[in-house]
Design a protein around this ligand. Structure first.
Ligand SMILES: NC(=O)C1=CN([C@@H]2O[C@H](COP(=O)(O)OP(=O)(O)OC[C@H]3O[C@@H](n4cnc5c(N)ncnc54)[C@H](OP(=O)(O)O)[C@@H]3O)[C@@H](O)[C@H]2O)C=CC1
Ligand SMILES: Nc1c(N[C@@H]2O[C@H](COP(=O)(O)O)[C@@H](O)[C@H]2O)[nH]c(=O)[nH]c1=O
Ligand SMILES: [Zn+2]
Length: 346
């Protein structure tokens, strides 16, 4: 199963809203084939593993190790569970059940009903972690949300709200690029667009499915002159200003207009669009809004050894009355460039 997990990882950045999946076929204590899910819309891991078995080998009577329950639905490809039965696989080890309601248990049921000996749960924890956002999305019906903040020792993100303060170095930039690549959407508030004019793209890698840039712009202060509105990646704006529809009518920017958007409704809408993971990159008011709801699962802080003081801007700051403390569990702490990277979970 560990080999199947190594196989699965070969699909990283290519599977999009599909999980990474790996499969290994064993016969008489020999590996006769292995494969992974090649990418969104392409062959599933099991089929790719079958395709990699040489013509001289007989699959009939073999054992398969697969990191996710074989699918039972006609999607972009036919059901893997049928192919497994058709090929005569005798026994199958499955790391985890597929939480996707299209499959959820049906694949296992089909295999059992067709005489395959099924074992579920081998190396399950590692398999679940590999597709953490996918699993979270189907189990909770909402995206996995990470808040990311670059801050000073005194928890400040900028010397003044109206402009950008460069806090972290090139090494942190690279680290953030890799972090971004793992998410399907990146969220910022209009204040950050106006103050920083960020691109919010992944420049260090050529991604087939770059994260969507989501701008929360309630009163409609952004225009097409900002870099985030370019075509380097998709951009979606959530606004309560109807004029934004006309303002972006001739561009590829998608405007989600509603006379009243709550953060919960925005997250619901993103889930409906199939977004399984969100990286929230500020600014102060947006981070505070996510803290207030609270809709986040993870916080990643890049903390530098400098102080800002005075009336500099706090990482989570708005006009609302603070009412309680939110306790988080430390999961990782390591030095990255000029910052201490601190990861915490709810
Ligand atoms: N160091 C770091 O990690 C980062 C620092 N920054 C810094 O943060 C500053 C910008 O922060 P800030 O001014 O707070 O702006 P934000 O980026 O947090 O955007 C705030 C705006 O978002 C809109 N909005 C939409 N939905 C909501 C909601 N549910 N709750 C609150 N606001 C919502 C509001 O628009 P409206 O007013 O129309 O209602 C509000 O003005 C800049 O100085 C920037 O440099 C930014 C990102 C990262
Ligand atoms: N990638 C993968 C599976 N993925 C399952 O299939 C769904 C996508 O189906 P489709 O759109 O047809 O590609 C995905 O959400 C998940 O339920 N299943 C498998 O048997 N093996 C695989 O390698
Ligand atoms: Zn399949």
């Amino acid at each position: 199963m560990k080999m199947a997990l190594t196989e699965a990882k070969k699909g990283r950045y290519l599977t999009y809203t599909n999980p990474m999946v790996g499969a290994v076929i064993v016969k008489e204590d020999r590996i006769i084939g292995s494969g992974h899910h090649l990418g969104f819309g392409y062959e599933h891991a099991e089929i790719n593993a079958f395709n990699n078995v040489s013509a001289q080998e007989s699959i009939s009577g073999a054992t398969m190790f697969v990191t996710l329950e074989p699918c039972s639905h006609f999607g972009k490809t036919p059901p893997c569970c049928r192919e497994i039965v058709r090929r005569g696989v005798k026994e199958i080890y499955i790391a985890q059940e597929d939480p996707n309601p299209l499959v959820a248990g049906h694949g296992i049921k089909y295999l059992k009903e067709h005489g395959v000996e099924v074992h579920v749960g081998a190396v399950e924890k590692t398999a679940r972690e590999l597709n953490e956002f996918y699993n979270f999305f189907y189990q909770n019906k909402r995206p996995f949300i990470t808040l990311k903040v670059a801050q000073t020792l005194d928890g400040r993100i900028s010397l003044a709200r109206s402009h950008r303060t460069y806090l972290t170095d090139e090494t942190v930039f690279e680290n953030v690029q890799r972090l971004r690549a793992d998410y399907q959407a990146i969220v910022v508030g209009s204040g950050t667009v106006l103050a920083d004019d960020p691109l919010l793209t992944v420049r260090s890698m050529k991604l087939k499915y770059p994260p969507v840039r989501v701008v929360l712009d309630r009163s409609g202060r952004t225009t097409s002159k900002y870099k985030i509105m370019n075509d380097d990646a998709a951009t979606w704006i959530f606004t309560e200003n109807e004029k934004m529809i006309a303002r972006f009518a001739t561009s590829s920017v998608k405007v989600f207009f509603k006379s009243k958007w709550t953060l919960k409704k925005i997250v619901q809408q993103l889930a409906q669009q199939g977004i399984q993971s969100l990286l929230v990159e500020g600014g102060a008011r947006i981070q505070d809004a996510f803290l207030d709801v609270p809709l986040m699962q993870q916080l990643i802080v890049y903390q530098i050894n400098q102080l800002a003081g005075g009336n500099s801007l706090s990482a989570f700051q708005s006009e609302r009355a603070a009412h309680s403390l939110l306790e988080l569990k430390l999961t990782e702490r390591k030095q990255v460039g000029n910052a201490l990277r601190i990861s915490l979970r709810r």
